[in-house]
Design a protein around this ligand. Structure first.
Ligand SMILES: NC(=O)c1ccc[n+]([C@@H]2O[C@H](COP(=O)([O-])OP(=O)(O)OC[C@H]3O[C@@H](n4cnc5c(N)ncnc54)[C@H](O)[C@@H]3O)[C@@H](O)[C@H]2O)c1
Length: 353
């Protein structure tokens, strides 16, 4: 099958990972790298003779470029993506899709009206472990989801344009969107942030998301922790899983343990009584293949273009994450009060070409 031509815009910290994976893919031919810092971009591409430029128009004018991958800071995603879509290119955008729901909605609308693919790089959704978690949840193996607890803390690079919630929580939120039945549709968001160093933005953040059916998800992100922790617990009525991303020997554990509420009755004094029993079954570790998530991500981008369908992590998935992040910013300003998540009003992405 003929390869698709790709140009990568942004060759800073993350862009080189995209460049490496597009180069290693049988679906793609890397045609150009665009960065305001052309010296840096040249270093990243090495001695090859492919186009390196600071001029996006030069890239967009190339007929052998079918698609553009955007790995620049979040505030630049919308203008770059819009220019690429108007030039007839399919677009992959790094997380977060944009720096506001309004910008993200414009991008989704533009892609829809042009009949082009708009994909968000929600990288974790392409990891074998998250795909396994989705399978366990959707097969009913965990039962009803009761709670989710996610911790993503480390000594992080303070980002110039976003706080820790906008930098790190897109990962947790995109994972929840991918694995929860019905996607990320919390009943509200309560967010608290702290800036104990006076950095001018929250470096420690907590998100609480009540979910339909009485469940609750909690996300803790932090740039100031000398200990790196990447753990998510998903508790179900049948089983509970623990994903510890820093434990390659046992990244995923499934506990056949839990609490059963045997009966609930009302006695003569009108008191509710319930008897609790604890299940203490086995713990097992599902086998997980070893492969790089970005390899699967760039393959999905190509497949969605060829099959003229929305990708698994489409612009709408990016918008659902943005809606929660924006509600979280509102909640932070209201000192952690729970606020509604206003869904973005964009019709479903349809590939018409
Ligand atoms: N998927 C992931 O796991 C993951 C991980 C890290 C970063 N990211 C995302 O990748 C994006 C980039 O982050 P980063 O840490 O690489 O940033 P960075 O600042 O290291 O790199 C950004 C690069 O973009 C270039 N740039 C800025 N504006 C430009 C423009 N208008 N045209 C062309 N080039 C331009 C800069 O010169 C720089 O080289 C962000 O959206 C970030 O959230 C994703």
């Amino acid at each position: 099958m003929e390869k698709l031509g790709i140009a990568v815009v942004g060759a800073g910290y993350w862009g080189p990972n995209l460049i490496r994976n597009f180069r290693g893919s049988t679906d793609w031919e890397l045609r150009a790298v665009c960065d305001l810092d052309t010296e840096r971009a040249r270093q990243v591409v090495g001695g090859s003779d492919l186009l390196v430029t600071a001029d996006l128009d030069e890239v967009l004018a190339r007929e052998d470029v079918d698609a553009v991958a955007v790995a620049t800071p979040a505030r630049t995603h919308r203008p770059i993506a819009e220019r690429a879509l108007r030039a007839g290119k399919h677009v992959l955008v790094e997380k977060p899709l944009a720096s506001s729901v309004a910008d993200g909605s414009r991008m989704v609308e533009e892609a829809r009206s042009q009949g082009l693919v708009l994909m968000t790089d929600h990288t974790y959704c392409y990891t074998p472990v998250v795909q396994k978690i989705r399978e366990l949840v959707s097969s009913g193996s965990l039962g009803e989801i009761l709670f989710v607890d996610s911790v993503r803390i480390n000594l992080g690079l303070l980002q110039p344009d976003v706080d820790v919630l906008w930098d790190l929580a897109p990962h947790d939120l995109s994972i929840l969107d991918f694995v929860l039945p019905g996607g990320l549709r919390p009943l509200g968001v309560a967010a608290q942030g702290a800036d104990p160093l006076g950095a001018g933005k929250s470096c420690v953040g907590y998100l609480t998301l009540p979910l339909p059916g009485g469940a609750m998800a909690h996300v803790h992100v932090n740039w100031l922790s000398p200990t790196k922790i990447r753990q998510m617990v998903i508790g179900g009525s049948e089983r509970t899983l623990l994903w510890d991303d820093l434990n390659p020997q046992q990244r995923l554990s499934v506990f056949d343990r839990g609490v059963d509420l045997i009966q609930q009755s009302v006695d003569s004094a009108d008191r509710r009584t319930a008897s609790i029993s604890y299940r203490l079954g086995d713990t097992w570790a599902p086998a997980l293949p070893e492969r790089e998530a970005l390899g699967a991500m760039v393959a999905e981008f190509a497949a969605s273009i060829r099959e003229e369908r929305a990708p698994v992590t489409d612009g709408e998935a990016g918008l659902r994450v943005l809606s929660v992040l924006e509600a979280a910013a509102t909640s932070q300003r209201a000192r952690g009060a729970q606020v509604d998540v206003v869904p973005a009003d964009v019709p479903a992405l349809e590939i018409v070409r």
